[in-house]
Design a protein around this ligand. Structure first.
Ligand code: PXL
Length: 281
């Protein structure tokens, strides 16, 4: 099955995040990958100062109109870091107009980490992101993003009860499926929690794995891209969540011994392992 996915996120020219990781990972997973750059930045915004930003919001309606005229449509859309709060309305239009049968809407509300919003964003953006999550089939927030989306105070330490209540609030926002990343209950462990609403009931599955280091840039994008690749290639929700988690761990392992490589992970070196998992038996 040859599927076509549209991914909408920024191009950080340097820094191994957003489109520069999503395109190669989705392609490696055998998906025809169409890109819509939300903005172009010289680097990503964490750990660099003086980066350039060009917001491409104004170009999006004409691009979408051209696609519509050409009859170009998609099996799935996956959004990440977007250029502006105003842009989110355009993204919702694309979701409403360019989907094929069984169209899947996947939103990574990439806007915050470690208790803080990324420098480019404010509460107006958070408000618009809530609306985008409301129309998504699957959302992939980390705990910080989940807190901003639900107006819950961020915590570093928590238990399963607190996580379950947080996830329930995310469902209330509108999304049937929540893949919550970075959920760990001890120092050296982290994991991913998958929560699905089915006939009014919540079904929760949790995959715990090793935590190698405290936060590497771009791993949220590597995770979401690998998840989308595995899921659209036919793996179950939980299996896709596990494949993506294991891949991120392998990418961090490939990077951690290089003290100069602080801006992203060497995800290219572990693509063969991801391909094996996605296409192997
Ligand atoms: O990895 C998320 C991301 C994407 N794009 C830009 C960023 C970040 C995180 O900081 O700054 C521009």
């Amino acid at each position: 099955m040859y599927k076509r996915i549209l991914t909408i996120q920024d191009i950080s020219c340097f820094g191994q995040c957003s489109l520069t990781v999503a395109l190669p990972i989705l392609s490696a997973c055998g998906l025809e990958t169409v890109i819509l750059p939300s903005a172009i930045l010289s680097t990503h915004t964490m750990g660099f100062t003086g980066f350039t930003v060009r917001d491409l919001s104004a170009d999006i309606p004409a691009i979408a109109a051209h696609w519509k005229k050409e009859g170009i449509s998609f099996d799935a859309v996956y959004t990440g870091y977007l250029g502006s709060a105003e842009q989110i309305e355009y993204v919702k239009d694309i979701m409403a107009n360019l989907g094929r049968k069984d169209f899947l809407k996947i939103v990574d509300p990439a806007m915050a980490d470690m208790g803080k919003l990324y420098p480019a964003f404010d509460m107006t953006y958070v408000g618009e992101m809530k609306k985008l999550c409301a129309v998504a089939d699957i959302i992939l927030p980390n705990i910080t993003e989940a807190c901003f989306l639900t107006d819950v105070k961020y915590r570093e330490q928590y238990d399963m009860e607190w996580i379950k209540a947080l996830v329930e609030k995310l469902h209330v926002l509108g999304s049937k499926t929540v893949v919550l990343t970075g959920v760990g209950f001890s120092e050296d462990k982290t994991g991913v929690l998958v929560s699905e609403k089915k006939d009014g009931q919540t079904e929760i599955q949790y995959y715990e794995h090793r935590k190698i280091s405290k936060g590497c840039h771009g791993t949220g994008d590597v995770y979401a891209s690998a998840f989308c690749g595995a899921y659209l290639q036919g793996h179950s929700l939980f299996n896709s969540a596990k494949i993506a988690a294991d891949y991120v761990v392998q990418c961090i392992e490939a990077t951690q011994e290089d003290p100069e490589h602080t801006y992203g992970v060497k995800f290219e070196l572990r693509l063969p392992l991801l391909i094996q998992r996605v296409f192997g038996n």
